[in-house]
Design a protein around this ligand. Sequence first.
Ligand code: GAR
Length: 200
Amino acid sequence: MVELHRLVILISGSGSNLQAILDAVECDRILAVPTLVVSNRKEAYGLVRAENAGVPTAYFPFKPYREAGQTREAYDADLAELIRPYQPTLIILAGWMHILSAAFLQHFPNRVINLHPALPGQFAGTHAIQRAYEAYQRGEIDHTGCMVHYTIPEVDAGPVIAQAEVPILPNDSLADLEERIHQAEHELLVTAVQTVLASP
Ligand code: GAR
C-alpha cells in the first residue's frame, strides 16, 4: 500500500488557506494526511477549522520564551522537536507570522514552504497587501500578486514554487484587494502543494 504524505500546517490567524488545504485533502485534490496544525496565537480561528476537520492541534506561543529571556532560536528548536514526531513530508506556513531561523529549518531541509501575499521580491514581511495597495495609489505598481516559496531564514524569500499575478483596479478598496488576493492564494497554495508532493 502506498504511504500517504504527511502535512504539518503552521498558522497564526483566520486559517482560510489552511481551509483550502483541508478542502483539497477532503476531495482528494491533495493526496496527503494533515497530521498537525500549530498556531502561535491562541485565538487563531484556524485552530477551530482544524478541530472541525479532526486534525490534531497545538498552541505554541513565543511569549513565554521572551518573558523567560530565552532566544528565538530556543523557541525554534523546541518547535522543531514538537513537530518532528509527526514526520512531516511537508511543512506549510499558511499565514504563520513568526520568522523561522536555521534552528528550525535545519531539521526539515527543503520541506518547509511559505505563502506570501505579494510577488517575489516585493513587500516582504507584514501588511504586504496594504503596502501594495498604497504603492498602487502612489502610481508605483499596477498589479500585485501572491507566491509560494521554499523557506529560508530571510523573511518571505527563497526559491519560488508558484506565483500568481493579481490585478489592482482603480476603484478597489483595500478590502476588495485583500479579497481578490485571498481568492488567488487559496488556489495557488493547493497547486503549489500538489507540485511539491509530486516532485521526486
Ligand atoms: C495570507 O494572506 C498569507 O499570505 C499571509 O497571511 C495571510 C493568512 O491568511 N502571510 C504573510 O503575510 C506572510 N508574510 P489566512 O489565515 O486566512 O490563511
